[in-house]
Design a protein around this ligand. Structure first.
Ligand SMILES: [Zn+2]
Ligand SMILES: [Zn+2]
Length: 266
């Protein structure tokens, strides 16, 4: 059985990744992948919003880097995508981005629970001390639900990112998950199995087995992503992700091209 595509990888343009797309492509072939997709952190409306993404005037350069990898490795299918931050009110900007290049898909990710706090930032860890964990998770999933409902994304990224540093609420979060997954199903959004969680303090794939089980029951499609920020991370821990998906019941994942999906076996 073929390995599923790795649809989540970055480039140095985001200022916290290393290696060029050609290096990621070479690594993908080494480990037997047949398809990958670049989904680097998209620019924000204002370049000074934060410092961990490409700038607005680098979007063409990004596309050119991916095109170069496509030219150098024609034996590998390489998709062109973006990981786009979803914040309420940014919908118009995201539509503008979508019109600028022929993207294969957009991953909609929530990192920000307010305009100034990205929950996965190691530089903002002290914020957690001032916040109620359940409240943060509630805001996060509310935004994730809005992202799914926006119709702007084919994939919702790392669905339970707030667990990254181990902050888990004691309250029952199932209603938050249910609401989000119902929206994902209704608006035809996949969720990704993102193996980067295994490399973080939470030591667990995003999302949890519980969320994935609920997703399967609701018929929400899946994709796979390593969230590689370096070539050696391409396809990392895919065996574990495939095992988890199969244990839950999944046999198919999405393949994406020109913002259209197709179900394929993995
Ligand atoms: Zn990143
Ligand atoms: Zn992300």
């Amino acid at each position: 059985m073929a390995l599923p595509p790795d649809y989540h990888m970055h480039t140095p343009l985001c200022r916290h990744a290393s290696g060029e797309p050609v290096d990621y492509a070479r690594r993908a072939l080494e480990i037997g992948l047949t398809e990958i997709g670049f989904s680097d952190h998209s620019p924000m409306l204002r370049d000074d919003f934060d410092d961990w993404r490409m700038r607005n005037n680098q979007l063409d350069e990004y596309v050119e880097k991916v095109r170069r990898a496509q030219r150098d490795y024609p034996q590998l299918t390489i998709r062109l995508a973006l990981e786009v931050d979803y914040l309420p009110g940014h919908e118009g900007w995201i539509r503008d981005l979508a019109a600028r290049h022929p993207w294969d898909y957009f991953i909609g990710s929530v990192h920000y629970v307010s305009d100034t706090w990205a929950v996965d930032s190691p530089y903002k860890l002290s914020e957690w001390k001032h916040r109620d964990t359940f409240e943060v998770w509630s805001i996060y999933f509310e935004r994730l639900t809005m992202a799914a409902e926006s119709g702007l994304f084919e994939i919702i990224g790392h669905a339970d990112l707030p667990k990254k540093f181990g902050h888990r609420p004691t309250q029952n979060c199932t209603p938050l998950y249910e609401r989000f997954l119902a929206a994902a199903k209704k608006h035809n959004c996949a969720i990704e199995l993102n193996t980067a969680g295994l490399r973080k303090d939470c030591k667990e794939i995003y999302p949890s087995r519980q969320i994935l089980q609920l997703a399967y029951q609701k018929g929400v499609p899946i994709t796979f992503g390593s969230d590689a920020h370096a070539p050696e991370e391409v396809g990392m821990n895919f065996a574990e992700a495939i095992q988890l998906a199969r244990e839950v019941g999944y046999k198919e994942c999405w393949q994406l091209a020109n913002r259209r999906n197709k179900s394929v076996q993995f």
